[in-house]
Ligand binder design. Sequence first.
Ligand code: SF4
Ligand code: SF4
Length: 166
Amino acid sequence: MDLKKFAKKAGRKKDKLVRFLKKLDKVVPVDLNKLVKEENSAVWQNHDCLACANCCKTMTPTYTKEDIRRISAHLNMTPKDFKNKWLYKDETGDWMNTSTPCQFLDDKNMCTIYAIRPADCAEFPHHNKKPFNLYNDTFINNVDKCPATYELVKRLRKRVEQEYEW
Ligand code: SF4
Ligand code: SF4
C-alpha cells in the first residue's frame, strides 16, 4: 500500500465524502445497515491491514482502565509506570499514546500485543458499529487516514446516490 499516494487521493476527495457523511446525520436511507454490510464485505476483498497499518502509524487508540490494567500486567509493569512511559491524558480525560507510530507496532506492521490490544484497536475501523450513521464523526475523522474507511464511504455514497432520492 502506497500510503503517500493514498493521503494525496483522500485529501482531494475528503470534502466530498465528509459532505456525504454529514448529510447522513440528517437523512438516513432505508436499509443503510444492509448497504454497509454489502459494501464492507466488498471493501475487505481489496484491503490488507498488514500492508497498511496506517492507523497504528498515524493515530492513537483510546485506552480504557481495563486496557491499561491488562496490557501493563502483560508487560510486568504497574499501570502507573505504563502510563508514565507511553500515555498522556487528553482534555476529555481519555488516555492516549504520547507519540506515533504506536510503540507496539513492529517493522512488519504487526501489533506486538495483538491478543491483548486496546478494545479501541480491536474494533477499528468501526465499520460494524450499528447504526452506522451514529458514528459519522468517527468516519469523518478516519476517512483520509484509513484506506478501508475511505473505500467504504466512497462506495456507500455511490450506492446511495444511485439507489435513493438523495
Ligand atoms: S484498519 Fe484501515 S488504516 Fe488500519 S491497517 Fe486496516 S486499512 Fe489500514
Ligand atoms: S496497540 Fe497494536 S493495534 Fe493498537 S495502535 Fe498499537 S500497534 Fe496498532
